[in-house]
Write a protein that binds this ligand. Sequence first.
Ligand code: MN
Ligand code: MN
Length: 464
Amino acid sequence: MSDFANEVTLDRSNAYLRLEEKEIETAYDFCEDYKFFLDHSKTEREAVSTSIEIAVKNGFEPFDPLKKYAPGAKVYLNNRGKSVIFSVIGKNGAKNGVRIAAAHIDSPRIDLKPMPLYEKNELALLKTHYYGGIKKYQWTALPLSMHGVVIKRNGEKVEISIGENSDDPQFCITDLLPHLSQEQSVKTLGKAIEGEDLNILVGSRPYREDDEEKVEKAYKLNILKILNDRYGIEEEDLISAEIEFVPTLKASDIGFDRSMIGSYGHDDRVCAYPALMAMMNLEEIPDQTAVTVLTDKEETGSDGNTGLNSAYLAYFIEDLAQAEGLAVRHVLSKSKCLSADVTAALDPTYERAYEPMNSCYINRGVGVCKYTGSRGKGATSDASAEFVGEVRKIFNDNGVIWQMGELGRVDLGGGGTVAKYIANLNVDVIDVGVPVLSMHAPFEIVGKLDVYMAYKGFKAFFEV
Ligand code: MN
Ligand code: MN
């Protein structure tokens, strides 16, 4: 082959074949911290707390919109405990635009209905309403833990986490035994387990009075008594609550070679954590103000005041702009964003769902998607050639191993994320993110080098 041929051939080889052993070790160390983050951030609220804890240790302080910050100032804005913005004020402030990394910290899960508790056939159960796009059958016969907050009658907030410690009880959605599943097994996959079947088993011991008198609804009552003894909550308090059931599974290495990580909630903490750490570890004060936003509600379409379809990010940038005497529209129009969300990794078992030439692969580096959407690029923000070129150059110049991919074969489905909401603010946006196997399952898998390359990519983007 000529030199020319060597130069123009896309280098799409595995990142393990392209990195020095030392950098692989650095990537693995980064992933150990990521695993810790995962196990302590199983809900959007916990991810906000964990992130702020890390930021405060790194000198970040709560943002005051009325204050004028000097270059190098580190601030965070906590939006209702469910989304959060971190920012380092740049040498040139916001006048040439800000640089944004956006990721989400909510993950598919099982939420409680407002009035969940009931008993039937001597068992106590909870009614649920699933959150995000799940394959319901995957969430049965799996240990679950309970996380969330309850606002009591007197206004007091109680935080709950049951199931994560080794001596905690856990919870479970039951499934029908195969011996009696003749009717269930001929149903389609999407119908075999229905939404109203996702009931969580929480008890089987009846409440008993000392005088042995029979008590009404003793199984339900026993659960209420335990909740009252432990948390001081009563049944009506569950109405003003956000309780989420998530897999109890801990993050762990996958494979004999430990080259991958399995965990609940990689989507999208696997982008959120690198985006957060890129901001924490900036080598020096960046030229342009850097913004990392970790948002809520992506899995349900980004609506609501903690999702990125709300104005909270634009308002924050407006505050930065005003402090410098700038109009926010002029700041936004010069701003650039990496919209960070997971993408599908090609799965050899289901290869037919992918177009191999334009798919992402585990450990080929951080994935870049020019556009998402479905059918004829429906509902997408399609990054311009100019911006793709710019990001590609940043990554290439800074040793970021990256790959280009689409989410599966054309017309097979599709998906999208927060990119379009930021693009609609007149910001240049491109999707980047870590490829995932078994996306949205209770246990998802990512490649360690891809996680690290996401971090390196965000950092290079901020440090331009
Ligand atoms: Mn996502
Ligand atoms: Mn998702």
